[in-house]
Design a protein around this ligand. Structure first.
Ligand code: PLP
Length: 433
């Protein structure tokens, strides 16, 4: 009979590390990765037939829960009409129109045109090329601990798997390319001002996670996004707001819609939720900037599978079902779980902070709320693996890294929430020992 251990042995013989994305190898939590065979609503089932309440949610896309009937039906229906045409479809335009209408605030509609791509990595990579094409400048500013996918220029001091593996960046990135990226501590306006004072004329764009979630949750300081938008614009640079993770998750208009201080990004990137579980991502902005893309403009971008009809169908069905009631359910469930995690750790005397950005949250093992990558790295990260394993043993699947957010879905019903809450005291005890 197949077990998680036998599957992992087989996978390691056939694939590097046995995985197709590094964090899945469970390297930082010290146990065997689970091999899943099916999922439904808030639950996933492994090859051994064990069920887990899932707080990974496919790393974000499964916001309605796994295999939501309406999304599955939309994909099945699309599949019967053809898996892809390599040509335009009405669904792509419909999706673009929906995104353009949704991303609105204070009468502002920062997205007039949208381009569909297949991954968040492509979305940010293209946004950067576009910013360079629009400004005629080369340098990009990113923040330490932020993750924008794995394109060469964006791996320096990146969050997510790069943070989990404690890598400073990646081998294979030529030094001249790495030199085009200036890395600044997050939430530190003075440091950013210094960089602009020295190199402002050469900076094409600042790229920022709208509310960082790839070093655990580290909320932006009040007004930080607005301040960096101003600084970029004063210097003739663009602001690329990366909403691959937060977009359509923390609210109908993403973080842009709920940031306490209004601001105007030039380009916004999306992924995860927009594809409803299939490979789809996007970037959008004003017509003046977006029309610089080929075929209208000189900035090239293309994709065999861009706007794939199955992915578009899944995205449309997902956005259609993400109404006010769905966000209310996600927000309530996420607050209940976050509060329970904090209480369980407090009861065991474990130093912790549960930071939140909207309905996203993560547990950090420290007394003082981290504000940047340095303070995130200073936490007692060794407490997470036993915490994680105790949850897993009790049938709760958490992200296998302390540097990742916990993803709650609209399908997390009272039974699922109770199972998570009931598992937390034992996990807190494990973290304490
Ligand atoms: N940007 C952010 C904020 C992300 O969280 C991610 C992935 O986690 C990406 C970009 C890259 O997206 P993808 O993994 O689809 O390439």
């Amino acid at each position: 009979m197949s077990t998680n251990a036998t599957e992992f042995d087989r996978a390691r013989a056939a694939m590097p590390g046995g995985v197709n994305s590094p964090v899945r190898a469970f390297g930082s939590v010290g146990t065997t990765p689970r091999f899943f065979v099916s999922a439904s609503g808030p639950r996933v089932t492994d090859v051994e037939g064990r069920d887990y309440v899932d707080l990974v949610g496919s790393w974000g896309p499964a916001i309605l829960g796994h295999a939501h009937p309406a999304v599955v039906e939309a994909v099945q229906d699309a599949a019967t009409r053809g898996l892809g045409f390599g040509a335009s479809t009405p669904g792509e335009t419909e999706l673009a129109e929906i995104v353009e209408a949704r991303i609105a605030r204070d009468c502002m509609r920062p997205i007039e045109k949208l381009r569909l791509v297949s991954t968040g990595t492509e979305a940010t990579m293209t946004a950067i090329r576009l910013a360079r094409g629009a400004t005629g400048r080369d340098l990009i500013v990113k923040f330490a601990g932020h993750y924008h996918g794995h394109s060469d220029g964006l791996l320096a001091e990146a969050g997510s798997g790069v943070a989990t593996l404690a890598m400073p960046g990646s081998a294979g990135v030529p030094a001249p390319i790495a030199a085009q990226t200036l890395v600044v501590p997050y939430n530190d306006l003075d440091a950013l001002r210094e960089v602009f004072a020295a190199r402002g004329d050469d900076i094409a764009a600042i790229i920022v996670e709208a509310a960082p979630a790839n070093m655990g949750i580290v909320p932006p300081a009040l007004g930080f996004n607005a301040a960096i938008a101003d600084l970029a614009h004063e210097n003739g640079s663009l602001l690329i707001l990366d909403e691959v993770l937060t977009g359509f998750r923390v609210g109908p208009a993403g973080w842009y819609g709920i940031d306490p201080v209004s601001f105007t990004p030039d380009l916004i990137t999306f992924g995860k939720v927009i594809g409803g579980g299939l490979p789809l991502a996007a970037l959008g902005g004003s017509a003046a900037i977006m029309d610089l893309l080929a075929p209208l403009g000189p900035v090239y971008q293309a994709g065999t599978l861009s706007g794939n009809p199955l992915a578009v169908a899944a995205g449309l069905a997902t956005l259609h079902h993400l109404d006010a009631a769905a966000y209310e359910r996600i927000d309530a469930a996420s607050h209940a779980i976050a509060d329970a995690a904090a209480s369980a750790l407090a009861a065991e005397g474990v130093a912790h902070v549960v930071q939140r950005s909207g309905n996203l949250f993560s547990v950090q093992f420290t007394d003082t709320a981290p504000t940047d990558y340095e303070t995130v790295k200073a936490q007692d990260a060794f407490r997470y693996p036993p915490f994680f394993r105790a949850m897993l043993e009790q049938g709760v699947s958490l992200p296998p890294s302390v540097f990742e957010a916990w993803f709650v879905s609209a399908a997390h019903d009272d039974t699922a929430i109770s199972q998570i809450i009931d598992a937390l005291p034992a996990a807190a005890r494990a973290a304490a020992s």
